[in-house]
Design a protein around this ligand. Structure first.
Ligand SMILES: [Zn+2]
Length: 168
């Protein structure tokens, strides 16, 4: 799994928690016990209610990143959320104020927005149409197409090679 200690890493882990394995969409959160451990290690509570909130936001975030739904579908997840400023050492820091069991889902939405605003297009679906995973491209060239070069990159290259042989 990707680094989930950052909100961006957590967002990507949530987006990528429904991989297609052997043509069938799996859900890594089906194993509730394991899913709760993962949420706890991402800084969450690891409760069932928290998991439910994350699972509710996941298909919406996936559809928004794919451009299938308007970001407005994320609005209900942000209802009642505020940020509270505090002054320490001459610096203002902002703390999220949200019921604890909703915090991870909210952080995923905020991480999506940060990316969309500061690095538009960097978070995108894998170019392998049989793959349902996403990638965040931090490279200068911004030319990454695959969730993983080792898996999808090579698979797509092999497929194109095979098609070339067949058509020639
Ligand atoms: Zn892929």
């Amino acid at each position: 799994m990707t680094d989930t200690t950052s909100d961006e890493g957590f967002l990507l882990a949530v987006l990528n928690s429904t991989p297609v394995i052997g043509g069938v969409q799996a859900d890594e959160f089906d194993d509730t016990a394991r899913a709760r451990v993962r949420l706890a290690s991402a800084g969450g509570l690891g409760t069932e209610v928290e998991l439910r909130h994350v699972r509710e936001i996941r298909p919406l975030l996936q559809a928004v990143v794919r451009g299938e739904l308007s970001p407005d579908v994320l609005a209900p997840a942000l209802r009642g959320v505020t940020r509270v400023p505090a002054m320490t050492g001459g610096q203002i820091t902002w703390t999220l104020s949200v019921p604890p069991e909703r915090e991870l889902a909210v952080r995923a939405v905020l991480a999506w927005h940060e990316l969309a605003r500061n690095n538009p297009g960097r978070l995108r679906p894998c170019a392998n149409d049989e793959c349902r995973l996403f990638l965040i491209d931090h490279s200068k060239a911004n030319a990454a197409r695959w969730c993983s070069m080792a898996v999808c990159g090579n698979r797509m290259k092999a497929r194109r090679h095979y098609q070339r042989i067949r058509t020639s």
